[in-house]
Design a binder for this molecule. Structure first.
Ligand code: NAP
Length: 229
């Protein structure tokens, strides 16, 4: 992010939110970890400080979701899909004009297997964009396992697939992703690609269950630094 602006993480107390917070803070960003309960936000911040180490404590704070959304120059939405509509109803005024990254993957589980469970809008990201059209919506980071994000000492060695209709917002999020060691941002196109990114989360869960692994996704055949169109 530019200057003194923070990254606010709504639902930041979960593994995905804490993992992204840890990586962003390790990359020098100021993060505000949001929760429905300020104490839980602060507890999660303490956990992330322990993971990041060094001078990370000075850049990691815990707060309510409202504070995280209000103070974030860029906001990450990392609540479960079930909480999206109510959360956006609460936070909409704080999100106007801001880049908001939706990492939500609506899933259903049947006999331990994951299935995409998209809303009628096509994806959680498109639904969110319709609910809060004043925000600059980007979708991404779905294929990054929380476990790997939390291992900040190890490079990610994977791709961050990022999509959005606002080119400048998408580029800003790709630049942010590029600050994470070993993570290659890939332009996944328009926001409608969120349908594929959210569904890919189910695919990865099932593959990882079969192989008892923590695999992620890498796109073959495109080169680092290659310009997209
Ligand atoms: N975990 C992964 O590897 C992964 C990968 C890809 C995508 N995702 C997506 O990323 C998002 C976060 O994943 P996660 O595993 O970190 O999720 P999580 O632990 O289930 O939830 C994150 C946080 O959201 C808050 N929350 C729970 N229910 C809520 C509700 N109904 N309304 C508002 N807030 C609620 C809780 O924080 P407080 O109680 O502190 O408010 C919780 O700690 C999910 O949408 C998931 O689909 C996760």
């Amino acid at each position: 992010m530019n200057g003194e602006s923070a990254i606010g993480i709504v639902g930041g107390t979960g593994p995905e939110g804490r993992g992204l917070a840890a990586r962003f803070a390790a990359a020098g960003e100021h993060v505000v970890i949001g929760s429905r309960d300020a104490d839980r936000g602060r507890e999660a911040a303490a956990k992330v400080v322990a993971v990041v180490g060094g001078d990370g404590a000075s850049r990691i704070e815990g707060a309510t979701n409202a504070e995280a959304a209000g103070r974030g120059g860029l906001v990450v939405l990392a609540v479960p899909y079930e909480g999206q509509t109510a959360m956006l109803g609460e936070l909409a005024p704080s999100l106007a004009g801001k880049i908001v990254v939706n990492v939500i993957a609506p899933l259903a589980f049947v006999d331990g297997r994951a299935r995409p469970a998209p809303p009628s809008a096509g994806s959680a990201a498109e639904e969110a964009a319709a609910l809060v059209p004043s925000a600059r919506w980007v979708s991404g980071f779905h294929t990054l396992p929380a476990r790997d994000l939390l291992r900040v000492g190890e490079p990610m060695a994977t791709d961050a697939l990022i999509c959005g209709d606002d080119e400048d917002a998408r580029n800003t999020v790709m630049e942010l992703a590029a600050k994470i060691p070993g993570l290659r941002p890939v332009n996944a196109g328009r926001l409608e690609s969120a349908r594929c990114l959210e569904a890919a989360t189910a695919l990865l869960i099932n593959i990882n269950r079969i192989y008892r692994a923590h695999g992620s996704i890498r796109i073959a055949g495109i080169h680092a630094g290659q310009a997209g169109t």
